[in-house]
Design a binder for this molecule. Structure first.
Ligand SMILES: Cc1cc2nc3c(=O)[nH]c(=O)nc-3n(C[C@H](O)[C@H](O)[C@H](O)COP(=O)(O)OP(=O)(O)OC[C@H]3O[C@@H](n4cnc5c(N)ncnc54)[C@H](O)[C@@H]3O)c2cc1C
Length: 310
């Protein structure tokens, strides 16, 4: 019976959780099962190390319809740990399953380990100012944000088993009458490899042309601080980065005219290389930066763009 369970409606996130699940497997000596809504994804999970894949068949992909069925499976199989992708739907599902299991639930864990017969997690608190370590007795549910772990890759292990589960216990009280997709402007910034980000050091909307030119030169998506989108409305809301916006994890983040308040930095701190441009040498962004340029963005950015275009 698998003790470690993984679920995300996003198969890339599920493969990331599988990495965490396989680490727990080493420590807990328990098998790992992946729950998925797509039978097509099952072979990839098996190849990446899952011992068992449960394909949940349902009428629609909304958590309300299958959360009860998922809860029933993990209760029946006596799951010890359930790792859930920290998406909106994932958190919805995790809360339902935790209530059914009467289990503890930690959200937005950044690390997870098995210590003294319990699950130990870390996560950011106080707007990213501190890291809290928590210990949760088994059985435990943990939601993990996308891109916290690298995706598990094919290991050639097997054989693994695929089980199909009909959602006979689907909750019929909820009916979806209409779906309005979120309108995205450009690519998904959370998945971008390079991000050029602008803050309130920019004087006017027309000057975004400077940012666009640098972004084009380095092949980056454009992000911003909250004020640029929510107060000034110069960029759409899905472009702002931080604790209440998007979390990014690019190879390269270039921030300009950004003071570096913790509510913004918490969304960029996992970037591989952080470059900051600001006139104020004491701006907190420089504490988070690998490379800092103290200067006026109106002078620095055109020079940088020109140099990088060559
Ligand atoms: C509950 C809560 C949640 C929040 N969530 C978020 C969030 O998710 N994301 C977010 O971004 N913010 C968030 N904020 C707001 C956050 O606290 C900061 O106010 C915000 O990040 C500051 O944005 P900024 O750096 O663009 O502006 P400022 O703090 O005003 O900084 C502007 C910077 O530009 C520099 N500058 C000025 N002129 C130039 C120039 N010509 N060249 C170069 N540099 C120049 C200045 O020196 C300064 O450092 C949140 C706040 C709260 C209370």
């Amino acid at each position: 019976m698998p003790g470690i369970w993984i679920y995300s409606e996003d198969s890339a996130v599920a493969r990331q959780l599988l990495t965490a699940g396989l680490e727990l497997k080493q420590a807990m000596h328990q098998a790992v099962a992946v729950l998925t809504l797509s039978s097509e994804d099952a072979p990839a999970f098996i190849a990446a190390g899952a011992d068992k894949v449960y394909v949940v068949k349902g009428n629609n992909p909304w958590p309300e319809s299958y959360a009860k069925a998922v809860a029933d499976i993990v209760v029946k199989e006596e799951a010890q740990v359930v790792l859930v992708g920290g998406t909106l739907r994932g958190k919805d599902l995790a809360a339902t399953v935790a209530a059914t299991l009467k289990a503890g639930l930690v959200t937005d864990a950044l690390s997870i380990s098995y210590v003294n017969d319990a699950i130990e997690t870390t996560r950011l608190v106080y707007g990213g100012l501190a890291v809290r370590t928590e210990s949760v007795a088994l059985p435990a549910l943990v939601t993990i944000p996308a891109r916290t772990f690298p995706e598990a890759t094919a290991q050639g292990v097997g054989p693994g088993e695929v089980v199909t589960v009909e959602t006979a216990n689907a909750d019929a009280r909820v009916a979806i009458t209409n779906v309005c997709p979120i309108v995205r402007h450009g690519a998904d910034i959370a998945a971008a490899d390079r991000v050029v980000c602008v803050g309130r050091g920019l004087n006017k909307k027309e000057d975004l042309a400077l940012v666009e030119a640098l972004a084009a030169a380095v092949g980056a998506e454009i992000g911003c601080t909250r004020g640029i989108s929510e107060d000034y409305h110069w960029l759409p809301n899905d472009r702002y980065i931080g604790i209440s916006g998007q979390k990014v994890k690019p190879e390269l983040y270039i921030g300009m005219g950004i003071s570096g308040q913790v509510q913004h930095v918490v969304g960029v701190r996992d970037s591989k290389v952080i470059v900051a441009i600001d006139t104020n040498e004491k701006a907190p962004i420089f504490e988070a930066a690998d490379y800092g340029i103290v200067g006026d963005l109106y002078e620095v950015v055109p020079l940088l763009t020109k140099a990088l275009q060559k």
